[in-house]
Design a protein around this ligand. Structure first.
Ligand code: ZN
Length: 257
């Protein structure tokens, strides 16, 4: 093995500073399956430009954030090495066809998270192949359509909770309930209480490799939840929180000393 193949974390760090006049904005990619919005008129009404279009729109109002979008119907399912190596935070919404994501793409995303890319999984993405691969549990939960939610902020000190009210009312939301089979989170920031009586760990953080992860439950497609200002605030905060502090060129490897 060549000497230069064994690099310490610091040596292999990709340093973004000093690359000429390149933008130092947080580079976000919003990946959306983009199936429901095209299949159902009611859902298209909620998100005429797709869920990804809605999220892009509100994130782009922030001067420190730039956004690209990708969808399942794009070549290679919208996922490329070029895209991910130029993404600081990947936001992921998927549901109906999430099992179609190729194992190669799952591995590629996992590698980038381990190397420091932030990852935000939204709503039904709890059951995506990538979240299962990163967290290693079944990611199962209980669910019921046609509920409403009170989203309680239980960690007001957390950066993702900055400027977020103590309780947010979501008038129409799919109920996700415990037991939610996830590994123990680093922090639980939001607890969901549903009118039907169930509760849920609705906003949790994890660390995998150098990557920061946030799972956020709200966002069932049958109501325009991502148009709600408080929900937009949480996702915007999460982007700023999840941006890499340190980014490697590859997933960490053993270091021979
Ligand atoms: Zn749903």
């Amino acid at each position: 093995m060549k000497n230069n193949q064994k690099l310490t974390w610091n040596q292999s760090r990709e340093i973004r500073q000093g690359k000429g006049s390149r933008s130092m904005k947080i580079r976000v990619t919003v990946w959306n399956e983009y199936v429901h919005e095209r299949e159902y008129e009611g859902i298209r009404k909620n998100y005429p430009e797709g869920i990804h279009g809605c999220i892009k729109k509100f994130l782009e109002k922030n001067a420190d954030i730039e956004v690209r979008t990708a969808t399942l119907d794009m070549p290679n399912q919208g996922i490329t090495e070029e895209l991910l190596s130029n993404t600081d935070v990947l936001i992921w919404w998927s549901h109906a066809r999430q099992d179609e994501i190729t194992d190669e793409n799952v591995e590629l995303i996992k590698k980038h998270v381990h190397a420091g890319m932030g990852f935000i999984g939204l709503h039904s993405a709890h059951f995506s192949k990538i979240m299962k691969a990163l967290l290693g549990t079944t990611m199962t939960l209980s669910w019921r359509h046609g509920d409403s939610e009170k989203l309680w902020c239980i960690a007001p000190w957390h950066p993702i909770a900055e400027g977020v009210p103590e309780c947010i009312e979501i008038p129409e939301e799919e109920m996700y309930g415990e037991p939610f089979d996830i590994p123990k989170p680093d922090d639980i920031i939001f607890l969901g209480w549903f009118k039907g009586g169930c509760t849920f760990r609705s906003g949790c953080t994890f660390t995998r490799g150098l990557g920061k992860m946030f799972y956020f439950q709200p966002g069932h497609e049958e109501a325009p939840v991502y148009e709600q200002a408080e929900i937009q605030k949480i996702i915007t905060n999460a982007v700023r929180w999840a941006k890499p502090q340190k980014r490697l060129k590859q997933a960490p490897d053993n270091i021979a000393l």
